[in-house]
Design a protein around this ligand. Structure first.
Ligand code: C5P
Length: 304
């Protein structure tokens, strides 16, 4: 924790892509058992906390209109959850500057929650370790612990139990952002429906993919990217097939739907290739807009 805490305090948190997303069966609590490999990417939300006499939320940036500014917002829930647990005053102004696509399958809401947790813990000078912060994070959402940690990690359980993974070098990505978002629960329900109707293939073990990430070779990683939610996202937004095809035609090594979608993530051989793929995708009219990013990057971090 910082000894002198500057206010307002800004925390930056990254987007994520799932390199491997194996979805198991539904558990009694309604969540699906996951085996996933997360990678944090260099698209960020900045969350600024300013002590105030009321809890309020203000959102700017791409897609800000679609982010709730009431107490259901994950960043507000994060501050309230931490305040209740450590007996603090939750009143503060929360400013969120969105750089992560909203409802895009890149953990934008989770990033905001992780940033708000770290920010509030720092503002209040809480003497707590990462384990305790992780515990609160997991109550807020399955991806929130990863948004705190960043880098590359193997996630199990609902995705909240993390083991850091070795990654060498930098991987380059182009992201195709869709016009409309997808609801995560709707995508999981669609997968359940597809599984009742037939038997879509399931991702196997992530071991080979973890070795490819450790090797730093994007050519080795590309054929191993897999996402069990992709079939469900494509079923709900069939136009994403065109986006995936266009990225491959533009020279990407591989393309997958990111998490529950609809953002499509393309792995590229270099930073220059990622820009070229982005330019082609933008010109092809198969998405709303494009971003380039690299990973892995750290999780939520106080901005000096
Ligand atoms: O944990 P989070 O709030 O991100 O989950 C949103 C929704 O996604 C859950 O309510 C559930 O419908 C679905 N989900 C799931 N299995 C997981 C993670 C999420 O079914 N492991």
């Amino acid at each position: 924790m910082l000894s002198v805490v500057p206010t307002p305090l800004t925390v930056r948190a990254p987007a994520k892509v799932n390199l491997h997303l194996g979805v198991g069966d539904v558990r009694p609590d309604g969540f699906h058992e996951l085996v996933t490999v997360f990678q944090a990417l260099s698209l960020h939300d900045d969350v600024t906390l300013t002590p105030s006499d009321a809890l309020s939320l203000h959102v700017t940036g791409d897609g800000a209109r679609d982010v709730p500014t009431d107490p259901t917002n994950l960043a507000a829930r994060a501050v309230v959850a931490l305040a209740e647990r450590y007996d603090r005053d939750p009143n503060m102004r929360i400013d969120i500057a969105k750089g992560i696509p909203v409802a895009g399958g890149m953990a934008g809401g989770s990033a905001d929650a992780a940033a708000a947790l770290l920010g509030a813990a720092t503002l209040w000078g809480l003497d707590i370790g990462r384990d305790e912060l992780d515990e609160v994070a997991a109550t807020l959402g399955s991806d929130v612990p990863f948004s705190l940690h960043g880098h590359t990690a193997l996630g199990t359980g609902r995705g909240e139990r993390l083991i850091p993974a070795l990654a060498r070098g930098e991987f380059h990505w182009t992201l195709a952002l869709a016009r409309d978002g997808l609801s995560t629960p709707a995508v999981y329900h669609e997968l359940d429906r597809l599984r009742e109707a037939g038997d879509p293939p399931r991702a196997g073990s992530p071991d080979a993919l973890l070795a490819a990430v450790a090797s730093g070779d994007p050519h080795r990683l590309a054929p191993l990217l897999v996402n069990d939610l992709q079939a469900a996202a494509l079923s709900l937004q069939p136009g994403l097939r065109r986006t995936l095809r266009a990225g491959m035609e533009a020279g990407a090594l591989a393309g997958i739907v990111s998490g529950s979608g609809p953002t499509c993530a393309f792995l590229c051989a270099s930073a220059d290739d990622a820009v070229d793929v982005g330019t082609e995708l933008a010109g092809a009219g198969v998405c709303r807009t494009v971003r380039v990013a690299s990973g892995p990057v750290p999780g939520a971090t106080v901005v000096p």
